[in-house]
Design a protein around this ligand. Structure first.
Ligand SMILES: Nc1ncnc2c1ncn2[C@@H]1O[C@H](COP(=O)(O)OP(=O)(O)O)[C@@H](O)[C@H]1O
Ligand SMILES: [Mg+2]
Length: 331
């Protein structure tokens, strides 16, 4: 078995492990794993009870790294996440009490139930992998990524994430309803055998933090992407920006998200080069939440994914995406 095949198998195992608790949606689980391999933050948006919390917990437990879960509520303050200085009576000085953000995977559950000030406390950590507490800047250890969940914004008592915050998420996905009645029944069936409220506690990590980090590095450095595919990504992003019904299109960060996620997906597929399908598979998850429609079209019932679909269909898919042997040798 080549190294690449081994890496791909390992990724499959992570997907399998998550599937021991979370029923169905293999493609979505694969995308989540790829997003994390690309060091991306991932936001899950869906109605309550669709398994979001279960999914992110199962994933966090399948990797041998630390994770903390924060339940975002209206009264959670920035300090509750980042940490604060507290007076140490014995030592007669202030000591830093680190918040739950000092971990490898932060599960930010129901993130839009906290007000914007608390949400934006995450910004620096997400973008720069560091945290500033009362003037002191502290680095976060790698890997670090946020798996967040939120309820749809029309739900009562939610504070929609500001665009700057949304843009920090490499992928925005939804878990969705079970695909068919067999899977719906399987969810019930597992509940009968689990007897426990949190079945994810049974999950044993099958990959160490260091190995996961190695996979992340491979996705970042060992997967070739042809210039034609870079142009393809640019055309998609620019096509959305220029679309007459779009008020604000994706930032260059949106294109970067697509680049990184597709390289990680190539690795998961056991390839050391990106194919157009690796890119196409992430277009909705990377670009929809970065596309803001003009309000009159929203009122007409148009959604961002509609426009993304239109642009995706209008941009020709490159046929040249393999490197030449000479290029490969030079790598
Ligand atoms: N796809 C699924 N596979 C297994 N269990 C599921 C699935 N979807 C929902 N459930 C079950 O439904 C309940 C609610 O899931 P939860 O993760 O708390 O939802 P959410 O966080 O989206 O509100 C849990 O008991 C969970 O085990
Ligand atoms: Mg939940």
């Amino acid at each position: 078995m080549t190294t690449l095949e081994r890496e791909a198998k390992l990724c499959d195992k992570i997907v399998e492990t998550i599937s021991t608790t979370f029923v169905g949606k293999r493609t979505m689980i694969r995308k989540m794993v790829a997003g994390a391999l690309a060091s991306g933050h991932i936001l899950f948006e869906d109605y309550p009870g669709l398994g979001k919390t279960l999914l992110v917990k199962a994933f966090a437990r399948s990797i041998g790294v630390n994770f903390n879960r924060v339940q975002f509520t209206p009264d959670v303050l920035p300090g509750d996440i980042l940490g604060t200085r507290i007076w140490d009576q014995k030592a007669s000085n202030f000591k830093l009490s680190k918040g739950p953000i000092f971990t490898n995977i932060l599960l930010a559950d129901e993130i839009n139930r906290s007000p914007p000030k608390t949400q934006s406390a995450l910004l620096e950590a997400m973008e720069e992998h560091q945290v500033t507490i009362e003037g002191e800047t502290l680095k976060l250890e790698a890997p670090f990524f946020v798996l967040a969940t939120q309820n749809p914004i029309e739900q009562e008592g939610t504070y929609p994430l500001p665009e700057a915050q949304l843009d920090r998420f490499m992928l925005k996905m939804s878990t969705g309803y079970p695909e068919n009645e067999q899977l719906e029944a399987e969810i019930l069936n597992r509940r009968i055998s689990w007897q426990k409220d949190d079945p994810t506690t049974e999950i044993r990590p099958l990959i160490s933090g260091a190995s996961f980090r190695d996979l992340q590095k491979m996705a970042e450095t060992k997967v070739f992407i042809h210039k034609e595919l870079l142009l393809y990504i640019s055309k998609l992003v620019r096509g959305l920006r220029a679309h007459p019904k779009v008020q604000v299109g994706p930032s260059p960060r949106g294109g970067l998200a697509l680049l990184k996620a597709s390289r990680a997906m190539a690795l998961m597929n056991g390839r050391d080069y990106v194919s157009p399908d690796d890119v196409k598979t992430f277009v909705y998850e990377c670009l929809s939440h970065r596309t803001l429609l003009a309000v009159e079209h929203v009122l007409d019932g148009l959604t961002s994914p509609d426009v993304v679909r239109e642009v995706l269909q209008s941009v020709p898919v490159p046929t040249r995406f393999l490197e030449t042997p000479a290029q490969a040798r030079a790598r």
